[in-house]
Design a protein around this ligand. Structure first.
Ligand SMILES: [Zn+2]
Length: 74
């Protein structure tokens, strides 16, 4: 799976130390150059790592929202 330039994925910024949306600035093969939306710092990451991190983040977010709604019966 290839991410188009300008796509955003959540990733842990090495500068901010938090999960922030990162914009794909470009890629060479499966290595992506991404920019933090918060501090504009660049990072180099493998495509799979970026996609996996984003998916895990979405799962965590879903679980958190479910918890906030009191949906602990699962
Ligand atoms: Zn940052």
């Amino acid at each position: 799976m290839e991410l188009p330039r300008g796509a955003t994925r959540v990733y842990c910024c090495a500068v901010c130390r938090v999960d922030t949306p990162h914009t794909v600035a470009g890629h060479r093969g499966n290595t992506y150059g991404i920019l933090c939306a918060n501090c504009r710092n660049g990072a180099i990451v493998h495509g799979e790592t970026l996609i996996e991190y984003h998916e895990k983040w979405q799962e965590d977010l879903r679980a958190m929202l479910q918890g906030l709604r009191g949906g602990s019966h699962e």
